[in-house]
Each structure stands twice: as structure tokens, then as C-alpha cells.
Design a binder for this molecule. Sequence first.
Ligand code: ATP
Ligand code: MG
Length: 590
Amino acid sequence: MKVNPVNKEPLYRLFSYLPPYKGYIFLALIAMVIAAATSSLMALLMGKLTDLGFYQKNGLVAIWAPIALIGISVLHGGGQFCSSYLLQMVSQKVLVQIRGLMFDNMIRWPEETVQQEQSGRVVSRFVNEASQALSSASEVLTVLVRDSLQVIALMCVLLWHNWQLTAVTLVVAPFLVVILRTVSKKLKKLTSDSQVTFGAMLNVLGETYKSERLIKVYDAYKFEAERFGHVNRRLQGLTMRQQVVKGLGTPLTQLVSMCGVSVVVFVALVQAQHGTLSLSEFVTYISAMLLMMPAIRKLANLNGTIARMAAAAESLFQMIDVPLEKDPGTKILGRAKGKVEFRNVCYKYPQALEPSLKDFSLKVEAGSMVALVGASGAGKSTIINMIPRFMIPASGEILMDDIPQNELTLASIREQIAIVTQEVMLFDDTIAANIAFGAGREVSEEEIMKAAEAAYLLPLIQSLPEGINTRIGESGAKLSGGQRQRVSIARALLKNAPILLLDEATSALDTESEKYIQASLDKLRSGRTSFVVAHRLSTIVDADCIVVLDQGAIVETGTHFELLQKDGPYAHLYKIQFSKQVDKHHSEGK
Ligand SMILES: Nc1ncnc2c1ncn2[C@@H]1O[C@H](COP(=O)(O)OP(=O)(O)OP(=O)(O)O)[C@@H](O)[C@H]1O
Ligand SMILES: [Mg+2]
């Protein structure tokens, strides 16, 4: 994935989304301070209780001590609940915002990026990384603030009581830093790797699920199982390695901090034996130490979480930073007349060796019909896809109503175009919604029905229990190939754009429905510029201009009759198809 050079640390960037929520964060901080303070209070109370209960034999202690304990616990628990609730709320809000940004960006990616990215990886960023980065964010903040506050507060208690003793414990600090650094570096790398693998797994899953029939017929169970097994095992390996690093980090830090505690216990015990440390002081000290241990452990664990979070955040921002489709044009066409001109256009797909379009020039007057003919791979779809500027010419230019496309805004270019692509694209929604999608505005059911009728969809709609409001399944799975194509034709018709692009729009139709659609397209074509790709030449005999292509270059152009007279490649193609039809008639006649 191509990424803008962004210097900001991903974590720093993640936290830059927080300022709007500073009110909530402030409240959460207060709650954390309460939680931290009450735990220090607990240590102090323990000492005080010992003092009062054992030495001064104060009878009242028996009454207020338990009340105080419960009170402090309630405060402590309440503080903890409020802080985690508030932080989770903030992180969820940021999560929604970032996911939204990712989505908005993704749908505006240039064609080339879309072709390079694996869909599984993209899905994984939404599902896995996004929540990983932010669900940990609240945890990190909580632990970072609450537990460091707790450690600081308890440290103060310790220093207050015996600073020499406390100073001794700090010797272990550098060891802790080294361990934590090593662990976090390793974990970040492992996390990135497993994110990539997780994406690959989603990809394999998606592909396999969709090609279920293929797998059955070609008996590809073993092949697919191996393909899945490979990523599955790789993910396991990476997770286990993460576990080892994480699992080693925590006991190591604990061991080192326990060394500190042991020194303190040793010194305290020696002091106690010499009578320089009272029992109450000793209890306070040890309670503080023991209360501090879980906080330190959490802080140490946090290191791993932060490393994983950084890796996840990096991956999110990579997605947000993909440069969008370039849209430098400023002119707006309004409703174009529909004149389209290609001037010496060359195009090469990023991964292709040979250019798919070579020095292609073609002038199409408004309202005329151009048919593109040529062998498979000749470049017909490439030409069609360049008109809405999905791809930008490597050299040369395309003009619409005599204005070069690069001076027009993308929205203005695409507003003029209705397209039926070679691969039909439908959503898991009703037929009505799929057709209305093309309009880009609120449309009445009447308009939808008119488009459906023109696309010869009425017989289908009438046969369905819920008519036009029948859901058609994922990618239109509940429809036949030809029905899908007709829905997508209806969608194009409804848009009512001055330029119509039909890439094999009628290839999956039977001769009868093709005839009907042809009739409605003929009606529609008046006053519209249309580019038609069709393998069946009978559908394009009426074209104002037929362009015969071979390997991305024009071989000949002319009307059907001109080309037949030339007796060139087109005439050859036509004769083959024609003779086939004649043969068919003959055999049917027999
Ligand atoms: N995304 C891509 N990356 C690399 N090369 C591509 C890509 N899409 C198409 N090509 C190549 O560009 C050439 C023209 O492809 P195009 O899809 O325009 O052919 P076509 O004339 O529409 O063929 P068909 O009749 O089979 O649809 C082919 O050689 C093809 O291999
Ligand atoms: Mg094609």
C-alpha cells in the first residue's frame, strides 16, 4: 500500500482525536484520582488501625474501622467504574470516527490502489485493527493514569515514612526499562505480521466461500483446505510467539520488582529488630508495597498492549493516508451534450508489461452510437473504463464537450455517465433499491417501474411474491445472470445521463429479451452518446461508427456497410458469425 510519509507517531495521532472529549476525560481522571487515592488511604488506614487497636486499645476503632473500610472500598470501586466507563465511551466515539474516516477514504481510493489491496486485508483493518487500537486505548489510559497515580501515591507514602528505604527500591528501575523496551519492540513487529496474516486469512475465507460450487465440481477440497491451513497455522505460530514474548515479559518484570521489594523487606525487618521501625510503620510500609505490586504489574503489561496498539494504529492510519483519487479539475459541465473525444490516448495497467491502449484517437459526436469490436483482451473495456476517468491516460487526453477531462471535476465527469459494466454489481437489497441506486436522488416507484419496464424486467417482477420489493441476495445471487444484467441496465436507464456505456450489457440475455432491450435502448439512445461493446455483431449493425480494435490499437473504423465493403477484419468477423447463424438455421430447418 502506498502511503503518504507521515512523521507523526501513530499513537500520538490516535490521541490527537481526544481533545473534543476532554470534558469526559477530565471526569474520568477525577474518578481515577479517587480510585488511586483511596488505595493509599487503605494502606494508611491499616497502619492507623494497628496503632489504635493494638497499642492504644481504642474501643471505638472496632466500630468506625469497618465503616471506614467499607466506605473507602465503595469510593474505590465507584472511581474505578466511572473511569473505565467514561474512557470506554470516549474510545468508542473515536473508534466510530476513525472507522468512518477509513470508510470515506476507502470508497474514494483510486482504481489502482483498489486493485493492489487485498480485500481481506482491508476488512481486517476495519474488524480487527480498528477495535484493537481503540479498545486498548481506554485500557491504556486507565492503567496509565490510575495505576501510575496509584504507584506515585503509594511511593509518596513510602517516601514519607522512610525515604532511604524507598530509594533502595529504585535501583531496579533501569533493569525494568531494558526489559520493557525489548519486549515492546518485538511485540510490535509480531503484531504487524499477524495483522497481515489475519487479512490473508479473511481473503482466503471470502474467496473460498464464494467459489463453493467450483470447489465441489473440481474436487478442490484438499487444495482449499491446504490454502486455508497454511494461513491458519501461520497465524497460530505468530500468536504463540507473541504469547511467549508477552508471557516472558510479565514474570521478568515481576521478578525484578520483587527483588526491590525483598531488599525493602530485608531492611525493614532489620530496622524492626533494632527497634527503629514500629509495627504500625512496618504494616503501612508492607501494605503500601503489596498494593503497589499489582499496579506495577499492570503498568508492565501495558507495555505490550501499547506495542500492539501502535501496530494497529499504524495500520489504520496507513489506510487513511492512502492518497485519494486526484481531482484537480475545477470546471463543471452541467448537463453535457455528450461529445467525447480521445486524443492519442495511451494507457498501461500498473502491473502489465504492454500498454493496453496505444495512441488511441476517436471523435464521437454528441448523440451518436459507437460500437467497440475486437478480440478478447483487445482493450474494449479499458476504453469504456477510461471515459468515467477510473484510469487516467498515461499520455494524451480525453475531452468531453471539447473540454479536457483533467479540467473537469470528477463528479462533473461522472454525472454525465451511466454505465453497465461487464461484471454486474448488485447489492443485497430490493430490486427497487438496486435500480434507484443509479439515480443519485429520491425517485418515485413509478420512475423505477418505468426503468424496469424498459429493461424488460416486468415479467420477472410480476412473478415474484413481493414484486419490486423482493430482496435479491448478496451480489444478486437470487437472480439469474440475465436478470442481473437487466437490473443493471434498468439502473443505467434511470440515471438518464447523456453518455451511456454498455460493456457487453446484453451478453447474458437470450435473443428474445435482447430484442426487447435493444428496442428500448434504441429509443433511449436518441439524444445520447453511447459506447457499446458487444460480441454479437447483430446488436451493433445500426451503430454510427464501429471501431475494430486489436491489441489496444484501432484496426479500422466505419459503419457496418462501409466495413463490410472494405472486406477487412470486421467483414471477416461478421461472416464467421453470420455463417454460424445460417448453419444454425439450416440445422434447425432439417
Ligand atoms: N487490472 C489489470 N491489470 C493489468 N492488465 C490488465 C488489467 N485489466 C486488463 N488488463 C489487460 O489489458 C488488456 C485489455 O483488457 P480489456 O479488459 O480492455 O479487454 P477487452 O477488450 O475488454 O476484452 P474482453 O472482450 O475479454 O472483455 C488485456 O490484455 C488485459 O490483460
Ligand atoms: Mg471487456
